[in-house]
Design a protein around this ligand. Structure first.
Ligand SMILES: [Fe+2]
Length: 223
């Protein structure tokens, strides 16, 4: 169960890219993909607004341009600076538009197996996005453009698919595992994790509703 309350959130956050220079590449990759997930889930959220959209889409652009650069060379201060802006913008987006099934399901993987939050999100993001695609194809087409994909001549659905392939490509390029099997996630745990994910506060704003069986299927698609 994710615990969120004003008593356990900080009053001040120091968002200084110099402090991030010492982060190893794998931690940079995982936390950067968490920021991307915040932005994508906020952008397709049922309670997104033009204000959260502006924050989310800029965050997606910055992550697409600078995350792999920051992973490649943690001392690149331009990349660290742009990623600091990206995660801050993504935070502003999701603190107002909330999240979706990626986070609901990732919370279970973290709780069951003590896995890194960003890695769980990164693996689940393409699978949940594929599931969500029919709910808001234009939104995913916008994400594709923000990630630098060329969508000219494509249908909205084809453009939306490009967002998912771009996310997969980014993950692979920065060394994120391709599936949950690599993290020793067990099929026997999927049902109870799906039951819990359906109770998670983040799922309320997911753009497509899901039955228990559908959540299990999304987990399986991410295996
Ligand atoms: Fe997160």
């Amino acid at each position: 169960m994710a615990i969120v309350d004003w008593r356990c959130t900080p009053n001040i956050a120091i968002n200084d890219p110099v402090l991030m220079v010492g982060k190893p590449p794998a931690l940079t990759a995982a936390t950067g993909m968490d920021a991307l997930t915040h932005a994508v889930e906020a952008y397709v959220s049922t309670i997104a607004t033009p204000i959260t959209d502006a924050c989310a889409i800029k965050a997606i652009e910055l992550v697409a341009q600078y995350l792999s650069v920051a992973v490649a060379n943690g001392e690149n201060l331009e990349a660290r600076d742009k990623m600091a802006y990206a995660e801050y913008l993504a935070g502003m987006a999701f603190n107002n538009a909330s999240l979706g099934y990626v986070h609901s399901m990732a919370h279970q993987l973290g709780g069951f197996y003590n896995l890194p939050h960003g890695v769980c999100n990164a693996i689940l993001l393409p699978a949940v996005s594929q599931y969500n695609l029919i709910a808001c194809p234009q939104r995913f087409a916008d994400i594709a453009v923000a990630m630098g994909e060329n969508i000219s001549g494509l249908s909205v659905t084809e453009a939306a698919e490009k967002a998912i392939s771009a996310i997969r490509r980014l993950s692979a390029s920065i060394g994120i595992p391709t599936g949950l099997k690599e993290l020793n996630v067990k099929e026997k745990d999927l049902k109870v994790m799906a039951e819990n994910a359906k109770k998670d506060a983040c799922q309320f704003t997911n753009p497509r509703k899901a039955t228990l069986e559908q959540v299990i299927e999304i987990f399986k698609a991410a295996m």
